[in-house]
Ligand binder design. Structure first.
Ligand SMILES: [Cu+2]
Length: 577
């Protein structure tokens, strides 16, 4: 169906670069690779090797950072009450960050750590999972000054996560989360899915449906300086890509003239971006050099992966938006979407969302921010044909760069009709119900995401813009809020725009605790959605309520546009007893 095949190819030096194994290709439906190894019941054990891999994607040679040599990373399947043990072995080579000035402060702001750095140092975050806080050393620490976990080249670390018995059963994912290298690593290939199996899987109509995982992921790529015709993302320290000129410069932090570079850190847009479904490219974008059009990358639809279903068949799709920054408004042509769950936590009953003919942004069936997940059933039309799972276009009034309409996949309805049913009531996720309605919040807090590109006032001179939360850049060794364990808080989320920055929405993510989204733009959300990541539109406020239920310790909330996060749009909190 396209130029992918199961072969990867080995290249590079000293065995440091392995073959990339691509799953699902030829005439097969694309699937995600399985990551579980044979271990006793009650224990889920996975080893993830992180290494550079090389292969061909969309007709180009690419060099990527990947988990286990596969794209996306191996899928982990686990259960409520299980011990999930993940061993991360970092096989990446050393990265030269000697030019990084980590201690720089400007007007009391911590600036240095908000310059991307140590691009081959990693750690792991199990996104959305309700487990011990695991970003800081040691795991579960309540030390407000604790440093972030860093697994350097050649090092390894084993994480033990005890899933609570009432952990929701749904779709989660994992990705690196070391401040300074998160964006480069994720948009270079490092992301994988986690499926927690439980009560939702026992519903007869759901159990009868085929379970198809859809990992949507993007790769940002530059031409390699060392090897012609190779695409990679491996910028030198302090190198920044300017999306208006298309040029990269190694910035002199003291203000002197910068040196040209072959690639640089990007806050959005790339010379080449590939959008993948389960590792297969379905859309590519090139930087648009035309003056006045730079915020509209040149897009090209590729042959979309296909799934064949029978007329009347009920299929369960579970979609992850693992994109580094791209908001996904999704529709399935001509089909009602029967939503079961958002971000792993199922609704109390199936939520039917009809398809709107000719849908535009705002009429999508589900809006997936970066890191968001949607689990839904589709009952295939009685009418044989090809139906797209589609990302709708959104313009520069939504995100700084416009995002073209894309066909993510195609559903081919063919063959003999089958009679299958749809569920009504769903099992109650007992961890979250009853909701917090009626409980007086112990605290009300405001969270404002802001970008400042005004050259006269920008503190982060290397990045060239300040990405802040409540006016502050990220400081690894301090905490801003101290919520009390087992209390409910109400947070109001919004975005602001300073001089030089266009309006842009941001996805808010809180670790370990799903929250109730109760209001968006002054309107009540009904039924209440439980999410771990929510899109904050450019001009609206979002009100959430969160119960800090189980896990004391130091953790974070942040913008899930990953280049924003690495540049400072994150804060630490300390959940106290
Ligand atoms: Cu952001």
């Amino acid at each position: 169906m396209n130029d992918l095949s199961r072969r990867g190819f080995v290249a590079g030096t000293g065995g440091a670069i392995a073959a990339l194994v691509l799953h699902g290709c030829g005439d097969d439906e694309p699937s995600v690779p399985d990551g579980n190894t044979g271990v006793p019941a009650g224990v889920t054990e996975v080893t993830l090797d992180v290494a550079f891999v090389q292969s061909q994607l969309a007709g180009r040679a690419v060099k990527l950072r990947a988990y286990g040599g596969v794209l996306p990373g191996p899928t982990i399947t686990t259960h409520p009450g299980d011990l999930l043990r993940i061993r991360v072995r970092n096989r990446l080579p050393e990265y030269d960050s000697s030019a990084w000035e980590e201690d720089v402060k400007v007007l009391g702001h911590v600036v240095g750590m908000n310059v991307p750095h140590e691009l081959n140092t990693t750690n792991i975050h199990v996104h959305g999972m309700e487990v011990i806080p695991h970003l800081f050393e040691p795991i579960g620490t309540s030390n407000p000054e604790a440093p972030m976990i860093a697994i350097g080249p050649g090092q390894e670390k084993t994480y033990d996560f005890a899933l609570p018995p009432d952990h929701p059963s749904g779709l989660y994912w994992y990705h690196p989360h070391r401040h300074g290298s998160t964006a480069v690593q994720v948009v270079n290939g490092m992301a994988g899915m986690i499926v927690v199996k439980g009560p939702i899987d026992e519903v007869p109509e759901i159990a009868a449906a085929r379970d198809i995982l859809l990992a949507v992921h993007d790769l940002g790529l530059f031409p390699s300086a060392s090897s012609p015709d190779l695409w990679e993302y491996d910028p030198p320290q302090n190198a920044m890509w300017n999306p208006f000129t298309g040029e990269s410069t190694i910035i002199d932090p003291s203000g002197g003239a910068g040196a040209p570079a072959s690639s640089g850190f990007s806050a959005s847009d790339y010379p080449l971006r590939l959008f993948l479904l389960n590792g297969q490219p379905f859309f590519e974008e090139e930087h648009n050099p035309e003056v006045g059009k730079t915020q509209f990358p040149i897009g090209k639809q590729l042959e979309a992966p296909r799934f064949t279903v029978r007329p009347g068949e009920v299929v369960r799709f579970r979609m992850l938006n693992a994109c580094s920054d791209n908001l996904l408004p999704v529709v399935v042509d001509e089909h009602t979407m029967y939503l079961l769950a958002i971000d792993g936590v199922n609704f109390l009953e199936t939520k039917a969302v009809p398809y709107v003919e000719g849908a535009q942004f705002g009429q999508e069936q589900v809006l997936l921010p970066p890191a968001g997940r949607a689990e839904f059933l589709i009952q295939a039309s009685a009418e044989p044909g090809v139906y797209a799972i589609r990302q709708l276009f959104h313009g520069t009034d939504v995100q700084f760069f416009a995002s073209a309409e894309k066909v993510i996949a195609e559903i081919v309805v063919a063959g003999n009709a089958v009679a299958m049913g749809l569920p009504g009531e769903l099992p109650t996720p007992s961890r979250y119900y009853p909701l917090t309605t009626g409980i007086d919040p112990a605290a009300r807090r405001d969270v404002v995401f802001n970008i400042n590109f005004d050259a006269a006032t920008v503190k982060n001179k290397v990045v060239g813009g300040d990405f802040t939360v409540n006016g502050e850049l990220y400081d690894e060794t301090s905490v801003t809020f101290q919520p009390k364990l087992d209390t409910v808080e109400e947070w109001t989320l919004s975005v602001e725009h300073d001089a030089g920055a266009a309006p842009e929405g941001h996805p808010f993510h809180l670790h370990e605790n799903s929250f109730e989204v109760v209001e968006i733009g002054g309107k009540a959300v009904s039924p209440v959605e439980l999410r771990d990541t929510v899109w904050i539109p450019p001009m609206e406020k979002v009100v959430i309520r969160v119960r800090f239920k189980e896990f004391p310790g130091k953790t974070v909330f942040h913008c899930h546009i990953l280049p924003h996060e690495d540049a400072g749009m994150m804060q630490n909190i300390l959940v106290v007893t």
